[in-house]
Design a protein around this ligand. Structure first.
Ligand SMILES: [Cu+2]
Length: 163
């Protein structure tokens, strides 16, 4: 009886270990599918209402960036730039496609994350948390947390316009 119960608890321990390992692996794989590099946010002087966040993003399988959030801004949108009547304008993009294995750049003059109704000035060197929501073709979603560094304080005109 005693031998049996030890065997049973050993088995239980093995199952627990296997489960923990599977959970750990699952978590790692989920996050390894999307890689974010060079995340930065353009600095904002006191009183400035909006600025842009930029980054390079690569997904190992087809996906789309569908949403971005940050605690430093009341409103966050994914934006695309386009020419309209010979003027560069920006509009909200419902999503940014991330083809499998291709690095997609969010950069000044192109796609960007618009941080609006800023709650605080952003000084060079500060870190801004961003939460990106990635959607896969099967509609499953996951979030990726990114720390973006503040650079290039208040030098741009392109994010000064009103939305
Ligand atoms: Cu914008």
């Amino acid at each position: 009886m005693r031998a049996l119960s030890i065997a049973t608890s050993l088995l239980a321990l093995r199952i627990l270990r296997a489960t923990a390992l599977a959970l750990a692996l699952g978590a790692t794989q989920a996050h390894a599918q999307v890689k974010v590099d060079n995340a930065w946010v353009r600095g904002a002087v006191p009183g400035q209402l909006a600025t842009g966040a930029f980054l390079d993003i690569t997904s190992t399988r087809d996906a789309a960036l569908v949403k971005a959030e940050s605690p430093i801004a009341a409103t966050v949108e994914v934006h695309a730039m386009e020419m309209k009547n010979n003027l560069m304008t920006m509009r909200e993009a419902p999503k940014i496609d991330l083809p499998a294995g291709k690095q997609v750049r969010l950069a000044p003059g192109g796609f960007h994350i618009m941080l609006m109704d800023l709650k605080q000035p952003l000084k060079n060197g500060e870190m801004v948390p961003l939460k990106l929501t990635i959607e896969y073709p099967d509609k499953k979603r996951e979030t990726v947390d990114v720390q973006a560094q503040v650079r290039g304080l208040g030098t741009s005109q392109e994010h000064q316009h009103k939305h």
